[in-house]
Design a binder for this molecule. Structure first.
Ligand SMILES: Nc1ncnc2c1ncn2[C@@H]1O[C@H](COP(=O)(O)OP(=O)(O)OP(=O)(O)O)[C@@H](O)[C@H]1O
Ligand SMILES: [Mg+2]
Length: 590
């Protein structure tokens, strides 16, 4: 005789319920997920005795129609998926149609709801498997589910519940997690009439972290935002050199679903190798948004785990996201500014008036340009009197606006300067190049180039390619003050040169202009010519500078208002902010 018997439906449903509902927090989880799936913007969770006696979740979501109320407690009744194919791309938190059935199998449940169509609402009361009541009853749009006496009919399970306090603390942790996942939703958690969490809707994870963890935690976080092929990583994680001794602030959300995943934790840990002290762990509030079909959420009875189609990719993206953000955040970061838009090439060639008088006036006043005296200032060369003392004094007096003090030169290439708020490392070549470029632009705008006769005309040989380039650029070059005379064959004599340069360097500068390749990042040939001249004329790395010259470079650079990039796009200054220095060295800012 066969020994196998089908279990009575009641027993079977209790077993199934046990998979979904393990303790009060499981009920809270299912009900809150339903509220979120219903589009609620406010969710209130009330408990009595850590949820053992009562769990009540109320939302302002879509509510249920009377037909749905009649069905929602049935096993496998769901509005969220329709067919097997839908399992491939689940966009909601729930999808099995099991939660309400399971909860009602092991407790006394009351559901009140209204979908806002008409005045009416509905109320259902159930006990275990039994329907006690289904009546009309006025209710505002939304849903409230009350769950009393969890496991009243499953004494074995009830015995395994822990103290009120520890059941409560699981719920606190869960509501905290959901509140992080949905900053736009207001969450309230109350136990025995005492409010434990109350966070009104906000617009960013950062604000939510602030509401739940406070300013200190938020201050130690940096934002992540990295996207690659339809995968996106966003959220917040520890700034370099911060972190915590425990791992409590590590939250991962996959398409807003909180998940626990060893791979994700490992990725975060690895991402921080070398940027945190050894004993510290990174904090992470990390959101992965990935195509729904790239992740399987149907792998765990409580939906707490997911399976990625391409785990290596996720791992790599987390490393990358943290790496990018950490670079941005790193102790020393270059000052970057937007490049001013240069005028179009054509206007310049046509010789139209393009300069703005306002800008010119300011410039003249500031730098004294246009006067013959000031021009010497632009002459860098290797000679001792590279910068005229009078002009240096003028430039230095501008320091009042942003007092910058030069401390000295490092490796004969970098100027170290300080202000009250930061330490600056200035690349002397890039800085000078930037300054000269600005001035050359001004000369252009003012049509103020003047040329000088060579005392000893130098003879240069131009390759056919260079000759071609010369023919193309002749009018621009002559406008700048270069004048070449053919001497037969490859030879040309340089007769005149722009007087912002030294005679000795004039032919080298001309040759480099003729060597320039087409294209590049410059918007016009004019910009490119000016940049090349600035580069060639600027002091070089490795060149010893006098204190006055360093003062001049630093103050001119900061007075220019665009110290960020050299004309070729390289950074000019690294700035170490005082607040970063103090934070890194563990000092409280005053
Ligand atoms: N708070 C609510 N607001 C509106 N509709 C709800 C709410 N709670 C439940 N429902 C409706 O009842 C149905 C059944 O809910 P239930 O939680 O049992 O299943 P599910 O959410 O579809 O899937 P899962 O078992 O994975 O949670 C839902 O599909 C939804 O249509
Ligand atoms: Mg559900």
């Amino acid at each position: 005789m066969g020994r196998i018997k089908l279990l009575p439906a009641e027993v079977a449903s209790k077993i199934a319920a046990g998979e979904v509902v393990e303790r009060p927090v499981s009920v809270v989880k299912e009900l809150v997920e339903n509220s979120l799936d219903a589009g609620a913007t406010e969710i209130r969770v009330e408990l009595v005795d850590g949820g053992k006696k009562l769990i009540r979740v109320q939302d302002n979501g879509s509510g249920l129609s009377p037909e749905d109320v009649a069905l929602c407690f049935k096993r496998h009744a769901t509005s969220k998926i329709r067919a097997e194919a839908d399992l491939e791309r689940i966009a909601t938190l729930g999808f099995r149609g099991e939660a309400l059935a399971s909860i009602s199998a092991v407790s006394r449940v009351t559901l009140k709801t209204s979908d806002g169509s008409g005045e009416k609402g509905y109320q259902v009361e159930r006990e275990g498997e039994k329907l006690l009541r289904f009546i009309e009853s006025a209710f505002p749009r939304g849903t409230m589910v009350e769950v009393r006496d969890l496991f009243f009919n499953l004494p074995a399970r009830r015995k395994f519940l822990r103290s009120d306090r520890s059941e409560l603390s699981l719920v606190v942790q869960f509501v905290t997690t959901m509140a992080l996942a949905f900053p736009g939703v207001k969450f309230v958690l109350v136990n025995n009439n005492k409010e434990i969490i109350n966070c009104p809707a906000v617009t960013s994870v950062g604000e939510r972290v602030y509401q739940l963890f406070g300013k200190k935690v938020l201050d130690n976080l940096m934002s992540l935002d990295y996207e690659e092929e339809s995968y996106r990583i966003s959220g917040l994680s520890s700034r370099p050199f911060s972190g915590r001794l425990d791992r409590q602030h590590q939250f991962f959300f996959v398409n807003r679903r909180p998940v626990k995943d060893r791979m994700l934790t490992a990725a975060l840990t690895q991402a921080y190798l070398g940027i945190l002290e050894k004993q510290k762990n990174p904090e992470g509030f990390i959101f992965l948004d990935i195509p729904f079909e790239q992740v399987d959420v149907n792998v765990h009875p409580a939906k707490a785990e997911v399976r990625f189609r391409d785990p290596q990719k996720v791992f790599r993206l987390i490393l990358r996201a943290v790496d990018m953000a950490a670079r941005e955040e790193s102790l020393a970061k270059p000052i970057l500014v937007d490049e001013e838009k240069p005028e179009a090439d054509a206007t310049w060639l046509e010789g139209k008036e393009t300069s703005s008088p306002g800008r010119d006036a300011i410039y003249k006043q500031e730098a004294g340009l246009g006067s013959s005296e000031a021009k010497t200032l632009l002459v860098p060369g290797g000679e001792p009197a590279r910068f005229k003392p009078g002009v240096i004094a003028e430039a230095v007096s501008k320091k009042e606006a942003a007092p910058i003090k030069v401390l000295g030169q490092y490796l004969n290439s970098y100027i170290i300067a300080v202000s009250d708020e930061a330490v600056f490392v200035i690349d002397q070549h890039n800085a000078h190049e930037r300054i000269l470029f600005e001035k050359f632009r001004q000369l252009e705008d003012q049509r103020a180039w003047t040329s000088r006769q060579m005392l000893f005309p130098s003879v240069i040989d131009l390759t056919p390619k260079q000759q071609l380039a010369y023919q193309e650029m002749q009018s621009e070059l002559e406008r700048l003050g270069f004048r070449l005379e053919p001497m037969g064959g490859l030879s040309f004599a340089l007769k005149e040169y722009p007087d912002v340069f030294q005679e000795a360097e004039a032919s080298a500068i001309l040759l480099s202009l003729l060597e320039e390749e087409e294209g590049g990042k410059f918007q016009s040939r004019r910009e490119k010519i000016l940049a090349t001249m600035a580069c060639k004329a600027a002091v070089k790395a490795g060149q010893v500078l006098t204190a006055e010259e360093m003062d001049f470079l630093a103050s001119e650079l900061f007075a220019s208002g665009t110290p960020g990039l050299c004309p070729h796009g390289r950074p000019v200054v690294i700035q170490l902010d005082r607040s970063r220095i103090e934070r890194t060295l563990g000092r409280q800012p005053e």
